[in-house]
Design a protein around this ligand. Structure first.
Ligand code: 5FU
Length: 259
């Protein structure tokens, strides 16, 4: 199983450039932690990314919640990604027909494909969404995650719907993995990234549910933990918390390998 192999070995064997780079970063930094940086201004986002950058493999953004977004923000994020050696994942959750998502991914105010190494989509419209995104993303060397599951209470991505995500991921080279809670397939080395990870609470008032790095990485075989408020939440020192989650995620990975 890919879960029994090191990130380094998986990176060397991988055919997708984004996955290859991601595994290499994880190994270099000994980190399978992604920061969900859900702050609402440019200065807060840049300050948080600069502080926590040394401890993460991926910075996950919701660029449309930044009230003073401009192209300089993107340039500065890219500079921080180079400085601290992490990838940028815009958690856009595209969900429209192929032709529309092409416009949304490549253009508009945000021009996501120009700066996000990774983005994601729902497959609710059918496989054309992947084809539309691929037309923009493949020439730019980007990668896509499918939302095979979500972390929130009562979410509807289950059973046959989740299975369809896995089938579509296996046959589309642009897809590098999933958002979900576990490893889904051994057919290609598809990466699972898991949000809803926290050591601080069981959930929030709006349906979020938190599980531990041990459950997600050691038991379920997921590859990357995504942590937001557990790191930057009220009263927390983001550097202290990022180190804590980085260490917990890496220990869970070493346990999985039996080391
Ligand atoms: F796809 C998903 C999902 O199923 N659950 C999520 O929580 C994405 N997320 C994102 O992860 C969500 O939009 C937040 O950006 C982040 C979780 O943040 P938290 O502060 O750790 O709860």
């Amino acid at each position: 199983s890919f879960s029994q192999q090191t990130y380094a070995a998986r990176g060397e064997a991988h055919s997708h450039p984004v996955a290859k780079e991601l595994f290499a970063i994880m190994e270099r930094k000994q980190s399978n932690l992604s920061l969900a940086a859900d702050v609402s201004t440019k200065s807060e986002l840049l300050a948080l990314a600069d502080k926590v950058g040394p401890y993460i493999c991926v910075l996950k953004t919701h660029i449309d919640v930044i009230s003073d977004f401009d192209q300089d923000l993107v340039a500065q994020l890219q500079a921080l990604a180079a400085k601290h050696d992490f990838l940028i994942f815009e958690d856009r959750k595209f969900a429209d027909i192929g032709n529309t998502v092409k416009l949304q991914y490549g253009g508009g105010v945000y021009r996501i494909a120009d700066w996000a190494h990774i983005t994601n989509c729902h497959v609710i419209p059918g496989e054309g969404i992947i084809q539309g995104l691929a037309e923009v993303g493949v020439p730019k060397g980007r990668g896509l995650l499918l939302l095979a599951e979500m972390s929130s209470k009562g979410m509807l991505a289950t059973g046959a719907y989740t299975d369809k995500n896995v089938e579509m991921a296996v046959r589309n080279e642009f897809v590098i993995g999933f958002i979900g809670s576990k490893r889904f397939t051994e057919e290609r080395d598809l990466i699972t990234m898991t949000p809803g990870v926290g050591l601080h609470a069981a959930g929030d008032a709006l349906g979020q549910q938190y599980r531990t790095p041990e459950l997600i990485v050691t038991e379920n075989g997921s590859d990357i933990i995504i942590v937001g408020r557990g790191i930057y939440g009220a009263g927390k020192d983001p550097v202290v918390e990022a180190k804590r989650y980085r260490d917990a995620g890496w220990a869970a990975y070493l346990n999985r390998l039996g080391k």
